[in-house]
Design a protein around this ligand. Sequence first.
Ligand code: IPE
Ligand code: IPE
Ligand code: MG
Length: 267
Amino acid sequence: MFDFEGVLERGSRDEFLLHQINPEKMPQHIAIIMDGNGRWAARRGRPRVVGHRAGVQAVRQSVETAARLKLKALTLYAFSVENWKRPHLEVVTLMSLLKEFLRSELAEIKRNNIRFTTSGRIEELDRSIQKEIAFAKQQTESNTGMVLNIALNYGGRNEIVDAFRQLCSDYQRTGRNPAEISENEISRYLYTAELPDPDLLIRTSGEMRISNFLLWQIAYSEIYVVDTLWPDFNRISLFEAIIEFQKRERRYGGLAPVEQSAARMAK
Ligand code: IPE
Ligand code: IPE
Ligand code: MG
């Protein structure tokens, strides 16, 4: 089921944790708010960009691990629409790290049968990045394995605005009745139209907020906040998050199965 043959050391913590993961209860889609790069660097007395550079390694490992776990989708929050407020040098560094990542990882992404996609207003980014992104998408479009979705120049409210604009204009053009709008249809107008909603939302660095991420899609996601700073997040961290996820009881507003049957018997 999983694909860690020859990857994990015998008797290692990774191997121990992997055995605790139930292949029957895997999340299909994991979304991660990769936070804490700046603090990671500050703790070492280094500039923030050093933290971002270190964060790329964590991205690489998470993508590889998620693919080996055979997830359907992994969404990584890489740059929010609010992140433009940061100093110019930091923004430029983040963008060039992304470009570097796409260049250096594309072969590996292809080898792992991963399909690359993005969520966010890509058309507002630098031409050179747009080109790199378009190339990676085109090169991987027929891959059938995990979808790697990078949220870039992403804002959850922007996403809803963009969906409204498109939906309203389609309705106007075709004369359809707005009473026909359903939840499913709205989902299909979002950047994530082709993806299932995230089952698990991870945020690193202990911050208890959503920061404008996937507002619509996380309605019933399990939220897992971990103190680990993003550059320190590794395979073990991802295994631990999934083990915790599998202990949760997802009720979607209903009752747990035991309570449900007790209630039925009492009727
Ligand atoms: C997350 O780390 C990366 C991005 C937002 C791009 P931060 O840069 O937010 O790090 P902290 O939160 O300041 O530690
Ligand atoms: C969220 O982190 C955005 C990304 C991880 C890309 P931020 O560091 O920007 O969020 P706030 O400012 O703490 O809410
Ligand atoms: Mg932050």
